[in-house]
Design a protein around this ligand. Structure first.
Ligand code: C2E
Ligand code: CA
Ligand code: CA
Ligand code: CA
Length: 278
């Protein structure tokens, strides 16, 4: 029994070692990817629920790995966050998003562009300066830019982070709370936040067509945010039935596969052109 125990222990630590090695390898590859320019932004539209018009797009990072092909953020964002690489990658995302939005504006496409900002990124001194610098450099109307910050970060934040969010908003861009409804929200705190909109998490949108309870919750979130002066985006809208229900509830913006999947810039722009000429 003793020998068996030891073997199990060996197998277990071999597993652990492998996990640690894989992680380290991923970290090294991520570092290389950043320098080799292997990241790309994909874009997913957000439409006005009533008119169907394009209002905004969310930039979502993709890793074009030379061997493994297209990799989704779920496979690397956590490692990037834990290793601190997210700061470098995130700065690239912000700059690339602002550059892209400036291009759209110059081409006469009236569309806001939002990008995801990680906790580590926003808490770093110099983040506001970086954003301001990009806005100036690419000469985009700041109102064309939105930053998405997760509910869990906003609700757990110290006053310094809230102050940073206010400074960002003072630059003229808008702020959305991402994944709303998944974490614990302090309602008293919600009313004092320097933000513009709430993105209702996909987990709540999923059941809206089948569950009266889900509808009640989404309805309450929408009225709550309107009462506080924010508007709402539903994410993960996968069916036209969900879209219709959300429109009736009064959720302003819709995003999800039933409208369009995230796509590279060229595909997104042809989708936008087709939509504009409907
Ligand atoms: P998120 O910010 O909540 O982004 C929405 C995710 O839902 C995206 O996954 C999008 O492709 C997916 N999605 C959109 N519509 C639907 C739908 O109708 N059904 C379903 N099932 N999914 C839908 P993606 O692109 O894989 O990104 C996953 C997460 O990675 C994002 O979640 C965000 O937290 C993070 N992420 C993506 N890009 C960045 C980035 O540039 N910086 C940072 N810090 N995080 C990022
Ligand atoms: Ca997001
Ligand atoms: Ca989200
Ligand atoms: Ca999410």
């Amino acid at each position: 029994a003793k020998a068996l125990g030891r073997n199990q222990h060996h197998a277990y630590s071999a597993e652990l070692n492998k996990a640690a090695r894989d992680r380290l390898q991923l970290e090294v590859q991520l570092r290389e990817a950043a320098h080799a320019g292997q990241f790309e932004l994909y874009f997913q539209p957000q439409i006005h629920a009533e008119s169907g018009a394009l209002v905004s797009a969310e930039a979502l990072i993709r890793w074009k790995h030379p061997v493994h092909g297209l990799r989704l953020p779920g496979t690397f964002i956590d490692v990037a966050e834990d290793s601190g690489l997210i700061v470098e990658i995130g700065e690239w995302v912000v700059e690339q998003a602002i550059r892209t939005a400036a291009g759209w504006e110059a081409d006469g496409l009236d569309c806001r562009l939002s990008c995801n900002v990680s906790p580590r990124q926003i808490q770093r001194p110099g983040f506001v300066a970086h954003v301001r610098n990009c806005l100036d450099r690419y000469k985009v109307t700041p109102g064309k830019i939105e930053l998405e910050i997760t509910e869990s970060l906003v609700m757990s934040s110290d006053s310094a982070t809230i102050d940073t969010i206010a400074q960002l908003r003072a630059l003229g861009l808008s702020i959305a709370i991402d994944d709303f409804g998944t974490g614990y929200s302090n309602l008293a705190r919600l009313k004092k936040l320097p933000i513009d909109r709430l993105k209702i998490d996909r987990s709540l949108i999923q059941d809206v067509a089948y569950s009266a309870e889900a509808r009640t919750i989404v309805n309450a979130i929408v009225s709550l945010s309107h009462g506080l002066g924010y508007d709402c985006v539903a994410e993960g809208v996968e069916t036209s039935l969900q879209a219709d229900i959300l429109s009736v509830i009064g959720c302003e913006l819709l995003q999800g596969y039933s409208i369009a999947e995230p796509a590279d810039e060229a595909s997104f722009l042809s989708w936008a052109a087709a939509r504009a000429s409907r």
